[in-house]
Design a protein. Structure first.
Lengths: 160, 306
């Protein structure tokens, strides 16, 4: 197995996974720059942790989980730095339907957002998502159904 | 909401045009720094070893195990930025074993294990208990084990359970996640599997060996279910018995798990294909790509794996 530290593997992994991981990070982060930070941190962790992967799917699953965790960390830190709630002004209205949908996904509990994204954007089946996230398939199915329902409600409310 | 709308919304996102280039550069730079740190550590370690050897000669009586101070399982977890796991390894539920087997020129020490839920800060969404095990590997001839040279992937560390086929209960079926790193000439393995406590009313083993998926070229099972390495297994190997608490066993869950794998069949007798001896030829090209050619010892067509 070629170690991750070689130039060739670094280029392969960055090219192969960056687009997917950046979009995935945006299910938890509203800023593209923050998403880029989360993905970079996940790649750096791969370099230092040097996990051994059984196959490409194992490698992908590790990167997905690590990116989601890093995105959550960045979001939590940002929330801790936030100004008191009473000083928060009303957020600007979404500029597009796309932004409205992305904002709704970010509002979902994290456990629903990842499942929704992997299903709707990446096209993974419930069984595949279960494998990627290390969850029972039944749990993924439940989260997908509940997440979808919540999204519908939020988007409907926004439309009113 | 349909899939098309969803994809469109996320396709609208734009990221820095140079993100991939910038990230690859950053990682390559960091990789070189890590490599340099390893080299520096080796150099310093060589000097330290000379002092240590002199001290050992002066004392004359120094036990092999005492000459090496392993990291504790908690320290191994800390190396991976896993504070919850480190805390669990320091808690009352952790099993700290420090059992060593010397085999094939290696000293193999099972340091300990702990089971629990949501101990991994990188994966806090689990709805089942996991078992985390730490093992240390050291060359008996004092040869260096380095991150950049050591072929981590040629070894397997896996739980096995008395009476259940090694094909059914192992790393692969328990959805294991293995990590490893070298520090001070010791290579540490941190293995994360689904919890093995459900099997605790049986003898549960931790096997470490040079090889891949467990099969009957590696293991043999006696009529009473006892598992052992095959007598003709020549790779580096060690088999530890885990002192799990039988009160934590869940035989029904264990049976259901094994049933779900569909792999509980086992025979010590090898088929013609299983006994066929293969030879391997490894080569590494200028870009670092390793090619392994596996071929039967007779003149059969070769299978190349890259």
């Amino acid at each position: 197995m070629v170690p991750f530290g070689t130039d060739e593997t670094i280029c392969r992994i960055v090219a192969e996974y960056s687009p997917m991981l950046l979009r995935l990070a945006c299910t938890r982060l509203s800023s593209a720059a923050d998403a880029e930070d989360a993905v970079q941190e996940a790649f750096l962790r791969l370099l230092t942790a040097r996990p051994a992967f059984r196959d490409g799917e194992h490698e992908k699953a590790w990167l997905i989980r690590t990116t989601l965790q890093r995105a959550s960390d960045i979001r939590r830190k940002a929330e801790q730095r936030n100004i008191p709630l009473e000083d928060v002004t009303e957020p600007a209205a979404p500029e597009s339907a796309g932004e409205e949908l992305r904002s709704a996904v970010r509002t979902l509990p994290e456990k629903y957002g990842a499942v929704i994204h992997l299903h709707y954007y990446e096209g993974y089946s419930i069984r595949e998502i279960a494998k990627l996230l290390g969850l029972p398939a039944a749990t993924v199915g439940t989260r997908l159904a509940r997440g979808r329902e919540r999204l519908r409600q939020m988007l409907r409310e926004d439309a009113v | 909401m349909n899939r098309e709308d969803y994809r469109k919304a996320f396709d609208e996102l734009s990221f820095s045009a140079d993100f991939q280039e910038r990230t690859a550069d950053l990682l390559q730079k960091r990789a070189r720094e890590l490599e340099k740190e390893c080299t520096d550590m080796t150099f310093n370690k060589t000097k330290k070893m000379a002092v240590l050897i002199a001290a050992c000669i002066a004392l004359l009586v120094v036990s092999v195990s005492a000459a090496f101070a392993w990291l504790t399982p908690a320290q191994v977890a800390e190396e991976y930025d896993q504070p919850l796991l480190a805390e669990a390894f320091s808690g009352k539920d952790a099993l700290l074993l420090n059992e060593t087997v010397e085999n094939g020129g290696y000293s193999i020490t099972l340091l300990g294990l702990v089971s629990g839920r949501n101990l991994d800060v990188l994966n806090q969404d689990l709805e089942q208990d996991h078992t985390y095990s730490v093992l240390a590997l050291r060359r008996l001839d004092g040869a260096l084990l380095e991150n950049w040279d050591f072929d981590f992937s040629s070894f397997t560390m896996t739980p096995l359970v008395e009476g259940y086929s090694p094909r059914a209960v192992n790393n692969w079926t328990l959805d294991a996640f293995a990590q490893g790193f070298a520090k001070d000439n010791v290579y540490y393995f941190l293995l994360d599997t689904a919890s093995i406590e459900m099997f605790a009313d049986r003898t549960v083993y931790m096997a470490f060996y040079e090889g891949f998926v467990p099969d009957n070229n590696t293991f043999t099972m006696a009529e009473d279910g006892t598992i052992a390495f095959c007598e003709d297994f020549t790779g580096v190997h060690a088999l530890f018995t885990l002192p799990l608490d039988p009160a934590k066993a869940d035989p029904a869950a264990a049976d259901a798990f094994v049933e779900s794998t569909g792999l509980n069949g086992w025979s010590n007798e090898r088929t013609a294909a299983e006994t066929e001896e293969f030879e391997t030829e490894r080569s590494v090209d200028a870009d670092g790509n390793e090619t392994v050619i596996i071929r039967p010892k007779e003149d059969a067509p070769a299978l190349a794996v890259e």
